[in-house]
Ligand binder design. Structure first.
Ligand code: HEC
Length: 444
């Protein structure tokens, strides 16, 4: 494990494989709301406006999508996956890049010519139909495994990180500047300044587009009677964690008891080898805002209180298990809403007041099932991710150094973000630049 917001759950993850991609079809784009970016200061000043925008983003990634293979049935119904479960994993990125880069002329490869939208489109189509080394018999056998809802959901594997087409295309098109940046990463210190007013990500020709989005999921094995720790985000628990008087400011092992939610209460998948996993937490980050919108969902046995109290009709209409997840959102390094309760009454207002630092203090948002270790219940996503190009850093090293990274790493220290806030580009375990670099080096 390479540090990071490691989840203490499974490290034995499996990407959606080539044959499964053929069943699922192409990844579906994140439908970005381009009216959000101009509203960024309004969102920063209003917890309520920000939560409403975030729930809308959540509804978009949960939208049910019919898979490409129409004979893939569960309980007699065509399989539908939540939109984000169609997104690309590291394996897809490698296959698509190998195809698109291999199809360039030697002169274009040598020049590092960016891949065009048309070239990428062709490679994505090829990726969906090729099934790589899978034989027809393998493919048919995999389709036949889809006998119930959990097996259908297992088509997407239990991958930790996946990327919207907007993220994938931008990264792949930028293979030349990204791979050429690898030896220079150490030169972007805290005092580095952006070369242009519109690009603070010097390892890319431009920042990611608005429809770039990515998720990180936390899967917990549910076989052999295995259980989940119970976490609460009540005002009392949050206060103690922020003060550092409980679990050294982390989430610890939760409230001390464990639960075994059933398949109707928590998103559950059955993989091709029969193993079952529960999804306890899900991060969603979208480039609808320049510094990204940071959203996190976590399962709760008490889903309608605090961060679940304002769950909108669009999510409720999806029914189980999505009515069991609570949500937090961050849009800036600092909190600018003058109302400690964020405009909410009841337990949501209480929880927000417990983490409100006063206007100008550091913002807050942390997932009990994903952020592990001391002080990681005191964080805000964006502060830690600003250092994401730095291969020597980890969540633990950042949180351990209060002098260098004050307020549990939440304050803004940089103006330049070589990886545009994504750890996946230059840092393990994803290290996507390494995937691209290996393909580039394979040609003379
Ligand atoms: C203290 C540091 C830290 C905090 C806080 C943190 N992360 Fe991360 N995050 C990491 C690291 C390191 C990785 C890469 C390693 C891994 O995946 O575990 C990562 C990976 C990710 C990824 C996938 C890979 C990528 O390109 O970034 C997403 C998405 C993500 N985090 C979202 C969030 C969200 C949303 C929050 C807040 C709710 C958050 N993170 C809080 C350090 C942090």
């Amino acid at each position: 494990m390479f540090g990071g917001c490691s989840d203490g759950a499974t490290e034995d993850d499996s990407d959606l494989r080539a044959g499964e991609r053929k069943i699922v079809g192409e990844a579906v784009a994140y439908p970005a709301d381009t009216t959000l970016a101009p509203r960024v200061s309004e969102l920063a000043k209003s917890q309520k406006a920000r939560r409403e925008a975030a729930w809308k983003a959540v509804a978009k990634i949960l939208k049910p999508i019919s898979v490409r293979e129409k004979t893939a049935k569960n309980d007699g119904k065509v399989v539908k996956l939540p939109l984000f479960r169609t997104w690309y994993g590291k394996d897809d990125m490698d296959r698509v890049f190998a195809k698109a880069y291999g199809d360039l002329t030697p002169a274009d490869r040598k020049a590092g010519r960016p891949l065009t939208a048309d070239e990428l489109k062709k490679a994505y189509t090829w990726n969906v139909t090729s099934a790589a080394s899978w034989s027809d018999a393998d493919y048919i056998a995999r389709v036949k495994q889809i006998t119930d809802a959990q097996a259908a959901q297992g088509l997407g594997g239990n991958t930790r990180v996946s990327y919207s087409p907007g993220f994938a295309s931008h990264l792949l098109a930028n293979y030349a500047p990204v791979t050429r940046c690898m030896p220079k990463l150490d030169t972007f210190g805290l005092d580095a300044k952006p070369a242009s007013a519109t690009n603070f990500a010097p390892c890319f020709a431009a920042e990611f587009p608005a429809d770039a989005a990515l998720i990180k999921a936390s899967w917990w094995r549910s076989d052999f009677g295995m259980k989940l720790p119970r976490h609460t985000t009540s005002a009392a628990s949050l206060k103690a964690r922020l003060a550092g008087t409980l679990d050294q400011g982390g989430w610890g092992a939760g409230e001390g008891d464990e639960l075994a939610p059933g398949v109707n209460d928590i998103y559950t998948v059955t993989l091709s080898d029969g193993a079952n996993f529960r999804m306890a937490g899900l991060h969603l980050v979208t480039k609808e805002l320049r510094d990204w919108m940071w959203i996190t969902l976590f399962w709760s046995d008490d889903p309608d209180t605090d961060f679940g109290a304002d769950r909108p009709a669009a999510i409720k209409a999806l029914g189980a298990p999505w009515d069991h997840y609570k949500m937090e959102v961050i849009v800036a390094y600092d909190e600018q809403d003058p109302d400690p309760r964020g405009g909410y009454t009841g337990t949501l207002g209480d929880a927000l007041a417990a983490v409100h630092p006063g206007v100008g203090g550091p913002s807050w948002g942390s997932n009990p099932y994903i952020e592990r270790g001391p002080k990681n219940a005191q964080t805000n996503c964006i502060g830690c991710h600003q250092h994401s190009h730095n291969q020597a850093f980890s969540s633990e090293s950042i949180l351990a150094d209060e002098a260098k990274f004050p307020k549990a790493g939440r304050t803004k220290l940089r103006q330049v973000f070589p990886a545009d806030y994504s750890w996946s580009v230059f840092h393990g375990p994803e290290l996507l630049a390494g995937v691209l670099d290996a393909r580039v080096r394979a040609y003379p």
